[in-house]
Design a protein around this ligand. Structure first.
Ligand SMILES: CC(C)(COP(=O)(O)OP(=O)(O)OC[C@H]1O[C@@H](n2cnc3c(N)ncnc32)[C@H](O)[C@@H]1OP(=O)(O)O)[C@@H](O)C(=O)NCCC(=O)NCCS
Length: 146
């Protein structure tokens, strides 16, 4: 069974291990980055666990009545099992509870898996930042209204 729960500082080791699996693909925050996130009042991290093993996480900020999703990462050995979908559902549930009106995020144009995932859950493109990543690849900015 997959369990989604709010992360604590104790989970940082596992979280950074998972992000390091994708380091060529995704810009990691690392330990210091996550420590700072746990200190911010408006920053939330949820983890997905299978039999007490953390297999993915999502981080987002609440800014007034919007949520900005900063990262959504699943360990390679657990991909395509609906874990990212469950983590996103948790954010939708959270959004309803806190009267959030809009969700936004930014994704590299090359990240087909993530773009497909976000499209599946109702996100659409509202802007493109040209050559945003490494002065080479566009950032696709997506939104979903609630
Ligand atoms: C993107 C990512 C989070 C998807 O996680 P996941 O747990 O495998 O996703 P799910 O199993 O919930 O997939 C849900 C939907 O996403 C889409 N999807 C996921 N992986 C895909 C892939 N490799 N190719 C195409 N579509 C994909 C599909 O629409 C899928 O629905 P389906 O299974 O019915 O076809 C994962 O690949 C990952 O961690 N990537 C590296 C980090 C990253 O780039 N994060 C996003 C930017 S922060």
């Amino acid at each position: 069974m997959i369990v989604i729960r709010e992360a604590t500082v104790k989970d940082i080791d596992k979280i950074i291990l998972i992000e390091s699996e994708w380091k060529n693909y995704y810009s990691c925050w690392g330990r210091d980055g996550f420590i700072k996130e746990f200190e911010k009042e408006n920053s939330y991290t949820f983890v997905a666990e299978i039999e007490y093993e953390i297999c993915g996480f999502i981080n987002f900020w609440v800014i007034f009545n919007e949520i900005e999703i900063n990262s959504l990462v699943v360990s390679k050995k657990f991909i395509r099992r609906g874990i990212a979908s469950l983590l996103l559902s948790k954010v939708f549930e959270f959004s309803k509870k806190f009267n959030i009106k809009r969700l936004i995020l930014e994704v590299n144009e090359n990240n087909v898996a993530a773009i497909k995932l976000y499209e599946k859950y109702g996100f659409s493109i509202y802007n493109i930042r040209k050559k945003y990543y490494d002065f080479k690849y566009d950032a696709i900015m997506m939104e979903r209204f609630l």
